[in-house]
Design a protein around this ligand. Structure first.
Ligand SMILES: [Zn+2]
Length: 95
């Protein structure tokens, strides 16, 4: 079948950390934890490290923006005596 099966040997030493019990990746011997780490490592360059960083940066900017808005809301709440303009409008509509 076409599945890529990686043989596992309980006595094979991991090339990376030296632990016993490793998979044979066509001559490279890696244990479970090292193999997982290596997979992640090779996925990121495929996506593009710059794209990954961009995503991280835009996420940070997003978080910063939310924090700024929360501070703004807090500021106006203090300014208007706990109720914001919108909150007061809602009260007016309900009564
Ligand atoms: Zn290892």
């Amino acid at each position: 079948m076409g599945t890529r099966e990686v043989p596992y040997g309980p006595h094979i030493e991991c090339d990376n950390c030296g632990k016993r019990g490793a998979h044979d990746f066509m001559g490279d011997h890696l244990c479970d934890s090292c193999a997982t780490y290596t997979e992640l490592d090779s996925i990121i360059p495929k996506v593009g490290l710059s794209a990954f960083n961009e995503l991280a940066e835009s996420h940070e900017a997003h978080v910063r923006q939310i924090k700024k808005l929360q501070e703004e809301v807090h500021f106006y709440k203090q300014l208007e005596g706990k109720e914001t303009y919108i909150e007061r409008r809602l009260h007016e509509q309900n009564s």
